[in-house]
Design a protein around this ligand. Structure first.
Ligand SMILES: Cc1cc2nc3c(=O)[nH]c(=O)nc-3n(C[C@H](O)[C@H](O)[C@H](O)COP(=O)(O)O)c2cc1C
Length: 236
């Protein structure tokens, strides 16, 4: 199944019928996750389905997927990269979903290594949308290579508070990926930009596959040259 097809149709779903999936279907979803390509194969993640969660900006849904790790570097962007493939897979199966940055498992089941939550279920209302309905920065605000179809796919990626904290700079044979440095009060309220970067990389990778280009990402860090941003990595 080509997940690329879902990129310009997906939308966050915040209204569900309440009809839960049976255990067989949840087992299917769990197996599907293992078929997705990770960003970093040596950074393992764990997944559990729960029905009870709590936290700010929570969306009521019949199911939540909690993604957790072991506290290793790279886990947030790996979670974004893999979780976004599930979100696009859900879209292709007319299942609604939404990332939740502040919603957590209930206290008694929580682990200190939980990274991010995805709510999902049968959608109430339309699950897809037209590309013209996306509310996004203009392409020139996120890149110096506006004609690159892989960058165009990043433009449609979801992000917490719709911040779209990425900038892709084409330089010689490489494309540098920058992460926006958030300022207070936003930086105090939102700390999941590394998950957003993984989501952006997922869209980039799917577009590379669609347009027959190799995808290779190397994590880098440092200030870089772009004001208001820090270097996140290099794509080649
Ligand atoms: C890491 C992350 C955390 C998010 N947290 C929440 C949240 O707590 N509550 C919510 O309603 N939406 C949340 N969202 C969904 C975004 O608000 C949404 O993706 C963005 O506004 C763009 O809209 P779209 O997904 O319909 O394209 C989150 C998205 C991401 C990627």
């Amino acid at each position: 199944m080509d997940l690329f097809e879902a990129i310009n149709k997906r939308k966050s779903c915040r209204s569900y019928t309440g009809q839960p999936f049976d255990q067989g279907r949840l087992d299917e979803f769990r197996k599907i996750i293992d078929c997705f390509k990770p960003l970093y194969p040596d950074v393992p993640l764990e997944y559990r389905f729960v029905t009870e969660t709590e936290g700010l900006f929570k969306v009521e849904a019949p199911h939540y997927l909690i993604v957790s790790g072991q506290g290793k570097e790279g886990e947030p962007e790996n979670a974004g990269f893999i979780g976004e493939q599930l979100i696009l897979w859900f879209d292709r199966h007319d299942i609604g979903s939404v990332w939740l940055g502040k919603t957590r498992d209930v206290q008694r089941n929580r682990t200190g290594k939980d990274i991010i939550t995805i709510a999902f279920g049968q959608p109430q209302g339309e699950v897809h949308r037209d590309e013209s309905e996306f509310k996004r920065k203009s392409i020139d605000e996120i890149t110096n290579a506006p004609d690159d179809p892989c960058v165009q796919a990043v433009r449609l990626a979801p992000s917490g508070m719709n911040l779209q904290p990425w900038y892709l700079e084409k330089a010689d044979s490489k494309t540098l990926l920058y992460e926006q440095v958030l300022k207070p009060p936003v930086s105090l309220a939102y700390r999941k930009t590394a998950v957003d970067m993984g989501i952006a990389l997922c869209h980039y990778a799917l577009a590379c596959r669609r347009f027959g280009k190799p995808f290779s990402f190397e994590r880098q860090s440092g200030l870089g040259d772009k004001r208001g941003y820090r270097l996140f990595g290099a794509l080649s």
